[in-house]
Design a protein around this ligand. Structure first.
Ligand code: AHM
Ligand code: MG
Length: 312
């Protein structure tokens, strides 16, 4: 067993979260460790490629999307969880009386499977803060915790409460998560992450916003939001996925992509807007609702906002 001076996940979480939330976050971490193992051998186990099915969002389902979904569905079926909402499930899974709703993207960055980093995202919402049932009436203000994993070398797990963000690295020798980056505060922006190939599809207000937000920055875009967001957290920058002519409402999903990432970046001293308002204030009325996301360095996000709200 390796000797480690870095605190382990359970002790780091128990200092900061009530026991039920800590149990949920540990469930997410355990599932992430299992998915990391699968990803490491994916080409050797016939796990690459598509299933031939499409998901609720009409996207081709990769074999690993399906496997990842089962791993997280099983790991988060906990007594403290009332409901699970997954990117890969058409409907919420109603479990029981728990105080929390867990919303997750089991495998973010599907287009990078087998070639570059992918990740997983979790938002933990308190049920008393808004209605998930029978009808949706929720905002990101209901989040009590959020986390994401990036399956790189090292595999990193980022965990946030509303005022603190911690980074854990996975130690494969004893299968532990160790606190290596406590209290992450975002440095000044260096990088802008956006799919520049869509420029012709952007409305004029988006073009203005992107040009202002990215002024003076260098470009880095991976196709996996989690990887780009990890860079924003550790090296400083802004990530943008605005609406465009082919996705007029935006591509990313509010409950398990936009709000958890917005919550994490705000807790690290950054900001996250849809162009007009904080993503955490946007009303969410369905499980797979989409939106635009401009997130990271506070000044860069505000510059986007100023360009965006100008009259055409
Ligand atoms: P996914 O959850 O189906 O993988 O979709 C979300 C991903 C993000 O990780 C990434 O930033 C974006 O889609 C990339 O989209 P595009 O190829 O249009 O740039
Ligand atoms: Mg995703």
């Amino acid at each position: 067993m390796p000797e480690s001076n870095f605190p382990d996940l359970a002790s780091a979480l128990s200092d900061r979260f009530p026991a039920p939330v800590s149990a949920i976050l540990q469930g997410f971490a355990g599932a992430s460790a299992s998915l990391r193992d699968l990803l490491a051998v994916a080409p050797l186990r016939d796990l690459l490629g598509a299933t031939g099915e499409t998901n609720v969002q009409d996207e081709a389902t990769a074999k690993l999307d399906q496997r990842a979904n089962s791993i997280f569905m099983d790991a988060l079926r906990l007594p403290e969880v009332a409901r699970l909402i997954s990117e890969e499930e058409p409907e919420p899974a109603e479990l029981g009386e728990g105080a929390y709703t867990c919303c997750f993207d089991p495998l973010d960055g599907s287009s990078n499977i087998g070639v570059a980093s992918v990740g997983s995202i979790l938002g933990v919402y308190a049920n008393e803060s808004g209605g998930f049932y029978p009808e949706f009436n929720v905002t990101g203000r209901g989040l009590v915790a959020a986390a994401f994993t990036v399956y790189g070398l090292p595999t990193m797990l980022i965990v946030a409460s509303n005022d603190r963000v911690d980074g854990f690295a996975f130690d494969p020798e004893d299968r532990s998560w160790r606190l290596v980056s406590p209290g992450i505060r975002m440095p000044r922006a260096q990088y802008a992450s956006i799919n520049w190939m869509y420029r012709d599809r952007w409305p004029a207000r988006v073009v203005r916003g992107v040009d202002l937000a990215s002024d003076g920055l260098r470009g880095r875009y991976s196709g996996s939001m989690v990887e780009d967001i990890l860079r924003v957290l550790m090296s400083g920058g802004v990530f943008l996925y605005p609406e465009d002519a082919s996705v007029p409402a935006g591509k990313l999903r509010m409950l398990y992509e936009i709000c958890p990432i917005g919550f994490i970046l705000q807790a690290a001293g950054g900001d996250a807007m849809d162009g007009r308002q904080s993503v955490l204030d946007v009303p969410i009325t369905s499980a797979h609702q989409r939106g635009p996301l401009i997130a990271g360095d506070r000044e860069a996000v505000l510059r986007y906002h100023h360009g965006y709200v100008l009259e055409d």
